[in-house]
Write a protein that binds this ligand. Structure first.
Ligand code: DON
Length: 324
């Protein structure tokens, strides 16, 4: 017979896990792991990054921040920038954006071109490279490339409440020299009339916003509006309406990790967006904004230990959106 009076360690009165201790614990565990994945090398400048780096920052609903490892070392945010360009473009053109870009998972690698032909140059979603290039093109329209880039950078600085955030020009130049795939994608879309601006201009802005460098702490701060119905709970400043925040989170969940999105949802259970710099921004709605960085990637181009660390975090904190 179970003893009804004994406290149930998993019951409603169980002690809430201590976030700071959990994050420190995970950072220590990740430091010791030897399975780190492969650092991206198709952008030569990214291959110079220390594969042993690991950082994590978690900001809860009250603004408490828990950090571990290299949480204050800037890294190339790469495709994580696509979350913020999508936010900006939706602000600029609203639902008209969906005439240019779909919102279905692609089940293909981030730089794939195969679906574009069958689907008349309309990219599957805003997070694969083709989709993000189409989104950048919308932001660029009516501006000079320098102005559009300035707008994106200032948006990041505003969200992260940190004017020191900059673009790593060496990374941008490195990708510009070697970005033949992206050139192919952009030219292909241009042939279908999906891009309005000169291909070189759109790609220039795209490569540079991918090359924004941020720390885990800055990125977690920038993502807070997605965790809290479109508002920064500290300042009360509204970035997007609640409905838009919910929808961006939905696209992050279904498309944020390309053909690894199913696995990420299965293991971590949070909306998340990865970048080939090894960063992941993840959102626990109502609970926390999380940034993690480990440069080694898995076969789908997503941070290997970043995913492992997030899996450990959601498990220990009970934060999966699908239940504990
Ligand atoms: O366009 C590219 O290939 C890079 N600037 C961004 C790709 C990326 O981050 C894929 N994510 N894991």
């Amino acid at each position: 017979m179970p003893n009804r009076d004994a406290p149930d360690p998993d019951g409603p009165n169980r002690k809430a896990p201590n976030l700071k201790a959990v994050v420190r614990e995970i950072a220590d565990e990740m430091r010791q792991r030897t399975d780190r994945g492969e650092v991206a090398s198709y952008i030569p400048e990214l291959a110079r990054v220390d594969a042993g780096a690991f950082g994590m920052a978690v900001i809860d609903a009250n603004g408490n921040i828990a950090t571990g490892g290299d949480s204050d070392v800037p890294f190339s945010i790469q495709s994580i920038s696509k979350v913020f360009t999508l936010t900006l473009a939706l602000g600029k053109v609203g639902d008209r954006l969906w005439r240019r870009v779909g919102r279905e998972p692609s089940g293909s690698p981030f730089n794939s071109i195969v679906q574009l032909e069958r689907e008349c140059g309309i990219p599957r979603n805003p997070f694969i490279n083709a989709g993000a290039i189409a989104v950048t093109d919308l932001i660029l329209s009516g501006h000079q490339p320098r102005e559009a880039l300035g707008e994106i950078l200032r948006f990041m600085q505003f969200l992260a409440d940190d004017a020191s955030i900059t673009i790593d020009n060496a990374v941008a130049a490195s990708e510009q020299r070697t970005g033949f795939r992206n050139s192919a994608l952009a030219n292909y879309m241009k042939s279908f009339g999906v891009l309005d601006n000169p291909v070189d201009y759109t790609l220039g802005v795209y490569f540079h916003h991918c090359a924004i460098a941020m720390t885990c702490r800055q990125l977690a701060t920038a993502g807070r509006f997605l965790a809290h119905l479109g508002r920064n709970p500290d300042t009360g400043m509204s970035v997007v309406p609640p409905e838009r925040a919910r929808r961006i989170n939905a696209i992050m969940l279904t498309c944020g990790h390309y053909d690894g999105s199913g696995e990420f949802a299965y293991r971590v259970g949070l909306p998340g967006k990865s970048g080939v710099g090894g960063g992941i921004l993840a959102v626990a709605p109502g609970k926390a904004s999380i940034a993690v960085w480990s440069p080694g990637l898995d076969a789908a181009g997503n941070s290997h230990l970043g995913r492992v660390a997030l899996e450990a975090l959601t498990k220990r904190m009970g934060w999966s959106i699908f239940g504990q």
